[in-house]
Design a protein around this ligand. Structure first.
Ligand code: CP
Length: 312
């Protein structure tokens, strides 16, 4: 694996290797070991053109726990503010010999666009409405952890599907792992051709309740919409599509509730659902750190070294 740009290009072997290493890393972190030397001498640049809490912090921690040099750059404090282009920005950064550039950008295909211009490996940390592969990998890890595997599971992704890079990456990755994928939400937020994504559309919450093994709730991507034109309104969305206690009670007893964050409490999911036994939102964040450590390690080809440290 040279880059992580999309789930589309991940082979089953890559997914298995990432997942297996991430589980080993998570168990080692849980035992209290937080410093490894596997990436000593490597340099990771986090280049973020959009806001982030989870992805940026976990890639930073991942690099630091692995002893890489980590540099964080926000567009708002870089020369992008003075008009420098994305390609010029990364070409300049590449001359400082980074090994991995982790890029979040509002434009679909930003990572692919910079690839021919630089030598460093690229991780797509979210490109517009296109993909967020590390999120899908940590989501798959979370489901595997609780359910054993995704094979044959009915996964329902609910909410603003059309603007969600998480939805796209989850759909592509989970299908590779054998899950059946359904989508649910207001028709204004559904893709025009769901069959092109290989998903089925559910029309009512009763249909959702009957089949769902895993329910992934999504935030309305207000930053990608003209806020004045949001339809349904946030209040209507909460009323007709939000996950509350009553709707949680309609679902299977062993359903798994997830959300990539950030959560808009009281819109797509209520406070008392966030704290329910079947909700694994914060577990996703813990798995995200381990998965991002696995991604950086495998891109750096330092897997053997890290496994030696884990087993020592
Ligand atoms: N899930 C996710 O990408 O969160 P951040 O935007 O906080 O990174």
């Amino acid at each position: 694996m040279e880059h992580l740009l999309s789930c589309e290009e991940l082979e089953k072997e890559d997914i298995d290797n990432l997942m297996s290493l991430a589980f080993k890393i998570r168990e080692t972190l849980r035992r209290g070991k937080k410093k490894f030397s596997a990436l000593r001498g490597q340099c990771v640049v986090n280049l973020f053109f959009e806001a982030s809490t989870r992805t940026r912090t976990s890639f930073e921690k991942a690099g630091k726990f692995l002893s890489a040099d980590v540099i964080n750059i926000s567009a708002s404090t870089s020369s992008v503010k003075k008009g420098e282009t994305l390609i010029d920005t990364v070409k300049n950064l590449d001359m400082m010999h980074p090994d991995i550039i982790v890029l979040r950008h509002p434009c679909e295909g930003a990572g692919e666009t910079i690839k021919p211009h630089i030598k460093a490996s690229i991780v797509n940390a979210g490109d517009g409405c296109h993909e967020h592969p590390s999120q899908a990998l940590l989501d798959a890890m979370t489901i595997t952890d609780i359910k054993g595997s995704l094979d044959g599971l009915n996964v329902v992704i609910a909410g603003d599907i059309v603007h969600s890079r998480v939805a796209r990456s989850d759909i592509i990755l989970f299908k590779k792992l054998g899950a059946n994928i359904f989508i649910f939400g207001p028709s204004t937020m559904m893709p025009r051709y769901p069959e092109a994504l290989g998903v089925s559309v559910l029309k009512t919450f009763e249909e959702v309740a009957e089949i769902t093994d895993v329910l992934i709730m999504l935030r309305i991507q207000l930053e990608r919409l003209n806020a004045k034109k949001v339809f349904p309104s946030l209040r209507e969305y909460s009323r007709f599509f939000g996950l509350n206690r009553k709707r949680l009670g309609m679902l299977k007893k062993d359903v798994l509730i997830m959300h990539p964050g950030p959560v808009n409490r009281g819109v797509e999911i209520n406070n008392d659902v966030i704290t329910a036994d079947r909700t694994f939102i914060f577990d996703q964040v813990e798995n995200g750190l381990a998965m991002r450590m696995a991604i950086l390690t495998i891109l750096s080809k330092r897997e053997k070294k890290l496994l030696e440290e884990i087993d020592a």
